[in-house]
Design a protein around this ligand. Structure first.
Ligand code: ATP
Length: 221
């Protein structure tokens, strides 16, 4: 199967780390930035790099942008080039367009252009860190909707050695442990007999209120 190809427009802190991670994951990445110095710094690490203005339609066309599976507009500070580059990627027919927004208004403008996914790295990281600070066991969380999330948390000391049946999370808190990461591997859909040990990570799904009650209760056990 052909590997997916990504075009990252703007190689600032967000764009460059995204591009490098995609390379690490084994995909092909074209990095475009108008700053030659930035492009030179990245040229050894990405599949292709080009110094160019992403608001130049002819240039994007000549790069064969439409053949890429996904284009990510990672220009943030200046909204105008971000919007223009997004319009061009959409018009040139790239299948999936992702764009970084720096404000709600910027995000709304991108939404109107039919962007497939809008990311707010600063806002999302702020929210993530706040959650991690108030819940010491929380490692990560994914917002499924406004009210529902999936969270990853370490097993608090009070639960070490207990089985999931003892925890009885569904009946007590209305949320479910859907996976257990153990040093030996991951158990998906664990049973009531699976044991919780010190270095395990629980993956829990539920409403935010229920997960909050779950976290508070298990940390006291
Ligand atoms: P980050 O937080 O990711 O560092 P930022 O939000 O500060 O980025 P910018 O500094 O505006 O965003 O842009 C990120 C990168 O995009 C920069 O390296 C910049 O040179 C590049 N860039 C900005 N406008 C264009 C453009 N029209 N064409 C190509 N690259 C661009």
């Amino acid at each position: 199967m052909k590997k997916q190809q990504f075009a990252v427009i703007g190689l600032g802190r967000f764009g460059s780390s995204l591009a490098l991670e995609l390379m690490d994951l084994g995909y092909e990445v074209l990095g475009v930035d108008r700053n030659e110095e930035v492009v030179n710094q990245m040229s050894n690490y990405l599949t292709y790099t080009v110094t160019a203005d992403a608001t130049d339609e002819e240039m994007l066309r000549s790069l064969g942008i439409r053949n890429f599976d996904c284009g990510i507009v990672a220009i943030g500070d200046d909204i105008q080039p971000s919007i223009l580059a997004t319009i061009l990627l959409k018009e040139l027919g790239i299948k999936t367009v992702v764009a970084k927004a720096i404000s709600v208004l910027h995000g709304r403008a991108l939404e109107k252009l039919g962007v497939d996914r809008i990311v707010y790295p600063e806002r999302d990281m702020g929210i993530r860190v706040a959650h991690q600070l108030i819940t010491p066991n929380l490692l990560d969380y994914i917002e499924l909707s406004k009210d529902y999330s999936i969270v990853e948390m370490t097993v608090p000391a009070g639960l070490h050695g207990k089985i999931l049946g003892d925890l009885n999370s569904r009946a007590r808190f209305g949320c479910s442990v859907v996976a257990l990461h153990k040093p030996s591997g991951c158990i998906v859909a664990p049973t009531a007999m699976d044991q919780l040990n010190e270095n395990d990570i629980m993956v829990i799904i539920g409403s935010n209120d229920n997960i909050e009650q779950f976290e508070a209760a298990v940390n006291e056990e």
